[in-house]
Design a protein around this ligand. Structure first.
Ligand SMILES: *Cc1c(COP(=O)(O)O)cnc(C)c1O
Length: 405
């Protein structure tokens, strides 16, 4: 008899452990959506956990661009970009993104996850190093692992830690990679300090601005622009189309030689079907609106100030963030779940974010605000959060099966 582990036995044991730890993850089905409201399991909930920060995903011109292009060109791109899947809609969006961010080139990808895999695979290999913030997005971590380079992580937002790690991996090429706005905390990376470290260590600084683009900086040009850094300091950055821009997909934006190298060699670019042209057209419309309609950013910023002021008056603990991501720390997983359920009972949808998405003991309610929210809705949310905090036991022994990421 051959001796082997049984993967199904193993996953059953792992699942039992997740149940015991209140870490089971369950999808919820959105039946309908109308701005900030979602119909879930037959009830309308006010959504405070999406990433549609500017309210563009259901905007009229964005949706019309998608429908018009689908009617003309079809639903899909039919092939990869280098075969015959590259359409005029892709060209127009790449030019618009490069123009917006004042960079030489932009290259579209199927998703931000794929784009991060592509950047690291194409630029780093054995003998090279990638130094990353400890709280970077999972796709950046996996990208470095798959690239086969050495991966070193530094304490969150600690530029000196980054310097120490870079000093520890001499020889070979080096990349310093960070989220611009941290996806689960909402704070902004110390980009100016990191740029100095990268320059001193001759490392390429790569900023994943999935949550900064559209929201931060002049004309929504993101956290790199807000830090007043140019293309010499940050030769490449990631823009995602699925968050503030309301669509799906991503682009790597930056220096022409680097971007062209990705287009010719990156496996997650070459061996996958092109982004559907209707989605590219939708994102082009979204970019134009994000650039021009300052009221969306201004309204969002005003709602963030209102939320924080009101939360403070109610004695709610907040993290130091002034972006649309406003997490409330809950400590243990069961307490986060109990609060999430209580909020849902009151008509608010806020997912409990638990390990491994965040470190152990750092479960939270990740509240996100959007330009489609109204002041009265934010006020009502804070009151409901305060009630949920008062009701949830400090160490909740609540039923562990629940919702969220
Ligand atoms: C969401 C996200 C990604 C992945 O982008 P997708 O287009 O959703 O695949 C990458 N990096 C960060 C920081 C993100 O928040």
């Amino acid at each position: 008899m051959v001796e082997r582990d049984d993967p199904r036995q193993r996953i059953a044991a792992q699942r039992a452990q997740r149940v015991a730890q209140a870490r089971v993850r369950v999808r919820r089905t959105v039946a309908r959506r109308d701005g900030a409201r979602c119909e879930v399991d037959g009830r309308w909930l006010l959504n405070f956990c999406g990433n549609d920060y500017l309210g563009l995903s259901q905007q009229f011109q964005v949706v019309n661009a998608l429908m018009d292009t689908a009617a003309r060109d079809g639903a899909g791109g039919v092939a990869s970009h280098l075969v015959c899947g590259h359409h005029a809609a892709h060209d127009a969006l790449e030019r618009a993104l490069a123009d917006w961010l004042q960079a030489p080139r932009a290259l579209l990808f199927g998703s931000g996850f794929l784009a991060n895999l592509a950047v690291m695979q194409a630029l780093l290999g054995e003998g090279d190093a990638c130094v990353q913030d400890r709280l970077n997005h999972a796709s950046l971590i996996d990208a470095a692992r798959l690239a086969g380079c050495r991966l070193r992580r530094y304490p969150h937002a600690d530029a000196e830690g980054a310097l120490r790690q870079l000093r520890g991996v001499p020889g070979g090429a080096a990349m310093l990679a960070t989220d611009g706005v941290f996806s689960m905390d909402g704070d902004v990376a110390p980009l100016r300090e990191l740029a100095l470290v990268a320059r001193a260590q001759r490392a390429l600084l790569y900023v994943d601005d999935a949550h900064g683009i559209g929201v931060c900086g002049a004309d929504g040009r993101g956290s790199v622009a807000e830090a007043r850094l140019d293309g010499d300091a940050v030769p490449l950055q990631l823009v995602t189309l699925g968050k503030a821009l309301g669509g799906y997909g991503a682009a790597v934006v930056g220096a022409a030689d680097l971007v062209e190298h990705l287009a010719e060699t990156a496996r997650p670019y070459l061996y996958t079907t092109a982004l559907p042209p209707p989605l590219a057209a939708a994102s082009l419309a979204a970019v134009q609106l994000a650039r021009r309609e300052h009221w969306r950013r201004e309204k969002l910023a005003a709602l963030v100030r209102r939320f924080r002021g009101s939360a403070r008056r109610h004695g709610l603990e907040l993290l130091p963030s002034d972006t649309a991501i406003q997490p409330l720390p809950c400590g243990d997983d069961a307490r986060a779940l109990a609060m999430s359920r209580q909020l849902e009972a009151e008509g608010f949808w806020i997912a409990a974010i638990r390990p491994p998405t965040v470190p152990d003991g750092r479960a939270r309610l990740r509240v996100t605000l959007s330009a489609v929210h109204e002041e009265a809705q934010v006020d009502a949310l804070v009151e409901a959060l305060a009630r949920a905090r008062d009701r949830a036991p400090a160490q909740a022994g609540a039923s562990p099966v629940a919702r969220g990421a």
